[in-house]
Design a protein around this ligand. Structure first.
Ligand code: NDP
Ligand code: 13P
Length: 286
């Protein structure tokens, strides 16, 4: 809107129908939480859209049934449309305050990513393009699980060394999973990977971080989620990730401990001990 574009917003709480809001839209940006993506995509499927309409997805989650990413869902439903992933260290409360931020837009159709870059770039929002949509999307999604662990780390007052170790090894885990999925390693070292990891692992504005922090303070998951403003996608992502890591035989020790903590199988302290007492090994298997 700040760039002079006409912007219409839809939510199921609003009075306008989805079809009215999307009429003649050149770009459709979805920031629906993961749980609603498939439903909303299939509603839109029955509307007549221009073949030029570009879909942009900002959702950071994984489909529990299929393990698909949100952009894979949009692309399956709208096979002939360009789909662009928008992801980065973009805590919405800060963006609302017009604090400076950067993000990444990625698509298999580079010209579509460039259109979206132009439309969303402003003096307060710096938008980079990237040719690896899967890596960009997985960066934003996988970091949510590590952000839960970072919240636990801070909630237990484990110190700066512990946090640095956790985030760094968390990134290694994200790269491992991402590579197996087909994403590029370097994408995870960019804004949508390391960038978003740093933002969410260090900010109480992150709902995923809040989940970990409150669990460390002795709250149950149920209590934590009941008090949370908005969605903590990492809770569901963690389950999907564990499933996939087991299937593919990928070692994900931090994700595994977050999973066990969310299931109530371990306390935060037990999860910490499990991580610290693992077999010693080289940092990388070159
Ligand atoms: N908040 C942030 O800083 C950022 C969030 N994201 C990602 O964006 C997504 C949304 O986050 P956020 O806005 O914070 O989450 P919220 O929980 O605040 O909002 C989620 C939105 O999704 C809507 N929704 C959920 N299910 C459905 C459905 N079946 N049909 C229609 N609408 C539905 C909700 O509608 P209703 O209000 O009617 O329930 C609500 O408007 C998440 O994947 C998140 O990871 C990405 C970057 C930054
Ligand atoms: O992804 C985010 C910022 O980039 C928002 O993080 P949370 O979903 O944990 O609040």
């Amino acid at each position: 809107a700040a760039n002079g574009h006409q912007v219409r917003v839809w939510s199921r709480q609003g009075s306008q129908t989805l079809q009215t809001v999307l009429e003649d839209a050149q770009i459709i940006l979805s920031a629906i939480s993961m749980i609603g993506v498939r439903d909303v995509a299939s509603q839109i499927q029955s509307f007549s859209l221009s073949p030029e309409t570009i879909f942009v997805t900002a959702t950071k989650g994984l489909d529990p049934q299929t393990t698909c990413t949100p952009s894979q869902i949009w692309q399956t439903v709208f096979a002939n449309h360009a789909v662009v992933v928008l992801s980065g260290p973009n805590l919405s409360k800060e963006i609302q305050l017009e604090l400076p931020a950067a993000t990444v837009v990625a698509s298999n159709i580079p010209t579509a990513a460039e259109v979206v870059q132009l439309v969303f770039s402003s003096h307060r929002f710096r938008v980079y393009t990237n040719p690896d949509p899967l890596g960009v999307e997985l960066g934003g999604t996988l970091k949510n699980v590590i952000a839960i662990a970072a919240g636990v780390c801070d909630g237990l007052h484990l110190g700066t060394n512990a946090k640095a170790a956790l985030v760094t090894r968390g990134l290694t885990e994200m790269v491992r999973i991402g590579n197996d999925w087909g994403a590029k390693t370097e994408t995870f070292y960019g804004l949508s990977g390391l960038g978003d990891l740093l933002a969410t692992c260090n900010s109480p504005l992150s709902r995923n971080y809040q989940v970990g922090y409150q669990l460390a303070g002795g709250k149950t998951l149920k209590e934590t989620l009941a008090n949370l403003q908005g969605t903590a996608e990492g809770v569901n992502t963690c389950q999907v990730l564990m499933q996939r890591a087991k299937q593919q035989n990928i070692p994900v020790p931090i994700t595994e401990q977050v999973y066990r903590l969310l299931q109530g199988e371990v306390t935060p302290r037990q999860a910490l001990d499990e991580l610290m007492l693992r077999d010693i090994k080289p940092e990388y298997n070159y």
